[in-house]
Design a binder for this molecule. Structure first.
Ligand code: TXA
Ligand code: MG
Length: 295
């Protein structure tokens, strides 16, 4: 079933039931090499699923759980290989959304859940967007309107010598560094450690490109614009303009990002232009998603 979290809508199944988890991959058409996040409702459940929970982990958990932070730990055997794509690590998160927490508590199990989109399409932040993508394939969608944060959780790996960031997300990296000190931005390894790092991801079907003051717009085409905070001087060149945050607030922009992309993508445009947003706080995660959408 699909359920809301404070970040985006998830598509969940019992994390300990291999058959149920296989269904997630089928519904999303997600390749089996892309591991899932295991969601828990209580910090005390953590030791059941992973080992070597060190001081840094405890600091993160005590500061940011429940919330938009996923942490990679060494996994225990109880987690089926299908969940972690055969890795010996597991991604765990305790969401802050009351519906998500209640669902996990009532189900009596940990819930493996990716975002509830078809693989590499736009992440849903409303029940309606979930419905439009996978309604024919899920039993139930729990509707709690649009998600608060609007962008997926930040993923930090505690495997290896120093903590490193695998995916910027709803929890700004600056906040994390206040608690555990310097976090390495991306760990450069040949192997894709977190397929969220794959370049093309979160992409709309329509071609997308960043726009700058120098961009020459093609004539006679249906163009859309994803603007940050205001209408541009050449607004008449666009068939539709979505403004992410009229007051220039990055949190509001994150909240609106995927639904705005979704709306533009459904308009059969020839191209969508996107303005860059300031790269600080949650703006780093917004730019990460936009980079992936244009590439
Ligand atoms: O906010 C979120 O995190 C949402 C909600 C539903 O909780 N979930 C989400 O899941 O974004 P998904 O599957 O769309 O993204 C999970 C990311 C993937 O990029 C996956 O590769 C990475 O987490 N991941 C999962 N397990 C991992 C592991 N053991 N090591 C490295 N990366 C892992
Ligand atoms: Mg996803």
């Amino acid at each position: 079933m699909s359920f809301p979290t404070e970040t985006v809508y998830g598509l969940g199944a019992n994390a300990l039931d291999q058959e149920a988890v296989i269904r997630i991959f089928e519904v999303k058409k997600r390749p089996r090499f892309d591991p899932l996040i295991v969601h828990i409702a209580d910090k005390s459940q953590l030791h059941k699923y992973c080992k070597n929970i060190d001081k840094t982990a405890l600091k993160l958990i005590n500061s940011f759980w429940p919330g938009p932070l996923t942490i990679i730990f060494e996994k225990k055997k109880i987690i089926p290989d299908i969940v972690t794509s055969g890795l010996n690590t597991v991604a765990i998160r305790m969401p802050a959304h009351p519906v998500a927490l209640d669902l996990i508590k009532r189900s009596g199990c940990a819930i493996a859940a990716p975002s509830a989109n078809k693989f590499s399409y736009i992440t849903p932040t409303t029940a309606k967007d979930v419905f439009n993508q996978i309604s024919d394939k899920v039993d139930m969608i729990l509707d709690d309107g649009s998600t608060d944060i609007g962008i997926e959780s930040t993923i930090i790996s505690l495997i290896g010598l120093r903590p490193h960031l695998l995916r910027p997300g709803g929890l700004p990296i600056e906040e994390i560094e206040k608690v555990i000190g310097k976090v390495e931005l991306y760990k450069h390894s040949k192997k894709i450690e977190s397929p969220g790092q794959m370049k093309k991801h979160y992409a709309p079907g329509t071609k997308m490109e960043f726009i700058t003051l120098k961009t020459k717009l093609p004539e006679g085409k249906n163009l859309g614009l994803l603007a940050f905070n205001k209408l541009p001087d050449n607004k008449n060149k666009f068939k539709i303009i979505e403004i992410l945050s009229p007051k220039g607030d990055l949190h509001e922009a994150a909240h609106n990002l995927f639904s705005a992309l979704y709306k533009l993508d459904k308009m059969n445009l020839d191209k969508i232009y996107a303005e860059k947003v300031p790269e600080n706080g949650i703006g780093i995660a917004i730019m990460d998603r936009l980079q992936k959408a244009v590439s």
